[in-house]
Design a binder for this molecule. Sequence first.
Ligand SMILES: Cc1cc2nc3c(=O)[nH]c(=O)nc-3n(C[C@H](O)[C@H](O)[C@H](O)COP(=O)(O)OP(=O)(O)OC[C@H]3O[C@@H](n4cnc5c(N)ncnc54)[C@H](O)[C@@H]3O)c2cc1C
Length: 268
Amino acid sequence: MRRPTVVLFSYTGDVERVCAAAMRSCYSNFPAFHVYTIRDRGDLSEAPLTDERVQELIQRARRLGHLSVLEHGLFTFDLENISRACTHQLVRHRIASFSQQSQRHVRIDEETDWYAIPPSLDVDSQRKFEERMRTVASWYSEDSKRGRKIEDARFYLPNATKTNIVVSMNPRELLHVYELRCGAEAQWEIRAVAWAMLACSKLVAPSIFSKIAHKASNAYLEEKEEELGRILSKLRPHFEKAIPGKNMEIPLATLNLGLDVQAFVYKR
Ligand SMILES: Cc1cc2nc3c(=O)[nH]c(=O)nc-3n(C[C@H](O)[C@H](O)[C@H](O)COP(=O)(O)OP(=O)(O)OC[C@H]3O[C@@H](n4cnc5c(N)ncnc54)[C@H](O)[C@@H]3O)c2cc1C
């Protein structure tokens, strides 16, 4: 079965130092690059940008709402085997870049699990759902086999159709997306995908993504963030030591996301 999968495969490796240098440069006589490299220069006219200082500057930026400094960096995710319903929701986020598998050029393979099944369906409803999907697939293949372009046959396809999409966002927009999409009120699929993306983001940039703000106090969010913290604190030493080129899986089972989504971070 093709499971929904999130892969963070490209990211600004020193994103937290870059954002912290940008933050500090707003309040210093020194420009950002000077602040960024000060540790190497041994210059005492400005405090060195230690890991603690990076963390403190980022926390201050988040606390003050000085969020433009968190726009200096990019995270690119590969999202695989998620439904078109989910990507419709995702692409509403405008401060992002997307590239989605084309239904004009890529045929669905009717012999595979080409559609997502809502986990809320009981056995009987699932059987009926799958039966209906087989009917849809038969319309799709009948039309496309008659030599018509699949750009027309695709009109039969439902929101459940699986797709792949690449998405790039800066850390500020990611924080916004997580605030909206990780909460209990978000829909089950985009919520699980957002948690998987958050897990990847936290592994790479723990200070920027330290805590997701939410309008109301939210036990759901807090409980899951605590559990994710436990998962990542075990994994982080292995990730730091991992050899570049390795794809590290973040085990998400104990987050109980209601969807069997996989998350990976590519070690650069
Ligand atoms: C639980 C939930 C239910 C939803 N239900 C529906 C629904 O029923 N129907 C529906 O149509 N949508 C629905 N949405 C989508 C929602 O309305 C937004 O389109 C989506 O969440 C994108 O968020 P955004 O506009 O804040 O941010 P983004 O597009 O991610 O932009 C980030 C921020 O940039 C700023 N910004 C971006 N563009 C503009 C602009 N043109 N003008 C001013 N400021 C801008 C805003 O501050 C915005 O918050 C739902 C979303 C959620 C989370």
